[in-house]
Ligand binder design. Structure first.
Ligand code: IMP
Ligand code: MG
Length: 235
């Protein structure tokens, strides 16, 4: 279980700011406004150490046999790029896309999958990589589909597993961190399209979420589109 480090909460705002004590500058166009409001669950250093451990555990289990890493867009983007650079030995990389449309909701809706970029997986050792195991529906559906496509073995890896939320029988083979049941953003994870680019993992509390729903974001630098031009929900 990770330790929750509550940062200074001065003037509360519905945006997340980098802790000035660590960074002192804005990132990705987010203005630093004096009082930061973030609950940092995992710092960039915590995340890096976790990914070191995950990479070592994967190689310990599969040795130096070739592995096809299948990352899940969009949330798994940052994790995949960090993980593959730590996996020694032969690695192939491919991405799929999955979305349980959320918008400003924090509960999943219908699962939408796009798998058209996958290579032939027949006989391959596959490592499915996603940001978080919440209800587990996304990972369970993808594992089923990758097996159906003839992979010799499908293992799954997530950076985060949320406590007390699982709705499926399976568990991931590799888990970076068990976290409390909070809605988290950063390191690939978003809230209504925002904050994926934060280099650390932060928790939104109910006031942050309520303020965002009420349209009080001070996150002016980024528009928050609801759907892409083809009408697909955002990943
Ligand atoms: P599932 O409920 O395990 O199927 O979770 C599916 C997806 O929901 C994850 O891959 C994430 O993209 C997203 N998700 C779940 N919990 C969170 C969260 O706390 N923050 C941001 N995205 C989340
Ligand atoms: Mg996801």
């Amino acid at each position: 279980m990770v330790t929750r480090r509550r940062q200074r909460r001065g003037n509360r705002r519905s945006c997340i700011l980098l802790p000035p004590a660590r960074h002192g500058v804005s990132v990705g166009g987010l203005p630093v406004r004096g009082a930061d409001i973030v609950d940092v669950l995992l710092s960039a250093a915590d995340l890096a150490a976790g990914i070191d451990r995950l990479a070592a555990a994967v190689r310990q289990e599969i040795g130096h046999r070739p592995v096809t890493v299948v990352g899940v867009l969009t949330g798994g983007l940052v994790l995949v790029s960090d993980l593959i650079r730590r996996l020694e030995g032969p690695v192939q990389v491919s991405m799929v896309w999955a979305s349980s449309y959320r918008g400003t909701a924090t509960a999943p809706g219908t699962l939408d999958l796009r798998l058209d970029l996958l290579p032939d997986l027949t006989g391959r050792e596959v490592l499915l990589v996603d940001d978080i195991f919440d209800t587990g529906r996304t990972l369970a559906a993808l594992v089923r589909e990758l097996r159906r496509r003839g992979a010799a073995r499908v293992r799954s890896l997530v950076l985060l597993r949320k406590a007390g939320r699982a709705e499926v029988a399976m568990q991931p083979d590799f888990v970076g961190f068990d976290i409390p049941d909070a809605f988290v953003v950063g390191y690939g994870l978003d809230f209504d399209g925002a904050w994926r680019h934060l280099p650390y993992l932060a928790a939104l509390d109910s006031a942050d979420i309520a303020a965002a729903r009420a349209g009080q974001r001070s996150h002016d630098a980024e528009p928050v589109p609801q759907a892409d031009p083809a009408g697909h929900p955002r990943a």
